[in-house]
Design a protein around this ligand. Structure first.
Ligand code: HEC
Ligand code: HEC
Length: 317
């Protein structure tokens, strides 16, 4: 097959301009860069159509939507859409919705509130976010506590686990800077003899299993020094922040060594107060949330006392 362009149909036999490219069949523009020739390819129709459509679209968009800047103003378009205004409106709706349900927590009747399933479906997820933001760092994401931080999902309470009690704890804190804070101090018994401390520690460590000997010297020491705060037999429940020493729940640990450390140094855990950081309604929602944290089926807001056989608080330090 001949590749001489001058012999191909349509080519100028003298100048060689407007040759037909033998491969594509297009004519060339006649430009020649050292043997490389430019095809005279037509502009694709699809692109032309697309271009026309986009121009038409943009003209319509200028008419309907905000488009051209005019100094301080801009053309607003006949639809009058404004994304900022739309965002603000949506935010206002959200806030209104929140105030709608949150308002009901301002002066709460906790029983009535917790029976309102629709309300709980909105309020508890919101309270969970509040809890995760403010409380989980110390008390754990599910309220499972840790050494020094009490478990919140069990049925053992220092200050009561009814929503009202929890709300009070949150309002004023424990050993916190609030003037009405709940005050709780485990004094140091560093003045005791070493062997007394050691016997007492063994005794206290044996209390939860009921193996502490009531006729021992340690028992007398306990009655003389500890009962005032920890109650008869160490049962706790005096609402003074001193925990029961006979149940499974522990804050710092109730093995001999932890008790020894508690006795030598004393303890004074600090729970911050929240009345200046979150609203009363939020505190109440949080309190209801904490009182309902599931403890293997334990009741809502169960008061103080006893006996879940499986307490995750059994942290040994
Ligand atoms: C800086 C750590 C810290 C943060 C944050 C914190 N707490 Fe506490 N919380 C404590 C400590 C420590 C105690 C125990 C104080 C003590 O030893 O007497 C406590 C005690 C409590 C108690 C009393 C438990 C009982 O048995 O009566 C409740 C209820 C409680 N916290 C709920 C919350 C909630 C809800 C939040 C979030 C709004 C929160 N805490 C945030 C450290 C914290
Ligand atoms: C003035 C009241 C008071 C007296 C007296 C007292 N305690 Fe306490 N005790 C507390 C308080 C309050 C706490 C909780 C401290 C905290 O949470 O920071 C506590 C905590 C403890 C704990 C830690 C429990 C845990 O769960 O980790 C042990 C153990 C303990 N006391 C043993 C004793 C013994 C033994 C005596 C007697 C020698 C005694 N306490 C006397 C108030 C007292």
């Amino acid at each position: 097959m001949s590749t001489d362009p001058k012999t191909l149909p349509g080519a100028d036999p003298h100048t060689g301009n407007r040759e037909i490219d033998p491969v594509t069949g297009y004519d060339t523009t006649g430009h020649d860069w050292g043997g490389i020739k430019e095809l005279n390819t037509p502009f694709p129709k699809v692109a032309l159509v697309a271009l026309v459509l986009t121009v038409i679209y943009s003209v319509i968009a200028w008419i309907l939507l905000p488009a051209w800047p005019l100094g301080r103003e801009y053309t607003r378009g006949i639809l009058g859409l404004d994304q900022q205004e739309m965002a603000e409106r949506r935010l206002r709706d959200l806030v209104a919705l929140r105030e709608d349900w949150l308002g009901r927590f301002e002066n709460p009747d906790f029983t009535a509130l917790s029976e309102d399933a629709d309300l709980m479906a909105i309020a508890m997820p919101a309270a969970d976010r509040l809890y995760q933001d403010n409380c989980s760092a110390c008390h754990g994401r599910a309220g499972s506590g840790g050494p020094g931080y009490p478990v919140l999902h069990d049925t053992y309470w220092l200050w009561g686990g009814a929503p009202e009690d929890i709300a009070m704890t949150l309002q004023v804190g424990i050993n916190a800077a609030h003037p009405d804070t709940r005050w709780a101090q485990m004094p140091a018994f560093d003045w005791m003899e070493d062997d007394e401390l050691s016997k007492l520690s063994d005794y206290v460590a044996a209390m939860p299993s009921g193996e502490a000997d009531p006729d021992s010297e340690a028992s007398t020491l306990f009655a003389e020094n500890c009962v005032a705060c920890h109650s008869e037999g160490g049962a706790g429940g005096l609402m003074n922040g001193a925990p029961s020493l006979v149940d499974d729940a522990v804050i710092y640990g109730q093995d001999t060594e932890s008790v020894m450390a508690t006795l030598r140094n004393g303890r004074q855990g600090v729970m911050p107060y929240w009345s200046e950081r979150v609203s009363d309604a939020e505190i109440n929602a949080l309190s209801l949330y904490v009182s309902r944290l599931p403890d293997d089926g334990a009741a809502d807001g169960a008061e103080t006392v006893q006996a879940s056989d499986e307490s995750p608080a059994e942290a040994t330090q």
